[in-house]
Write a protein that binds this ligand. Structure first.
Ligand SMILES: [Zn+2]
Length: 81
């Protein structure tokens, strides 16, 4: 699905409703925006990324902080001595 849109004067964009429904995005949902070296911009559903090591496969959000089980263990060991 290809759609053409013009950015607002403040570089904002509203994603077309049918495109959002096609990929399962809802209003108010968090997204990740990635700039590519070829000039492409990719917008996809937000996935938690561990704040400490960058892991994307198992990170979860806890009180607003994305953290993976491995770093959570290390953090636990630092906090509980
Ligand atoms: Zn981690």
């Amino acid at each position: 699905m290809l759609k053409s849109k013009r950015l607002t004067s403040k570089r904002g964009i509203t994603l077309p409703k049918d495109l959002c429904e096609y990929v399962g995005l809802s209003g108010g949902e968090a997204v990740d925006i990635t700039a590519q070296s070829d000039g492409s911009v990719i917008i996809r559903k937000h996935t938690p990324v561990c704040r400490f090591c960058g892991d994307r496969s198992s990170a979860q959000t806890y009180h607003g902080i994305d953290i993976c089980p491995s770093c959570a263990d290390k953090l636990r060991n630092e906090v509980i001595k």
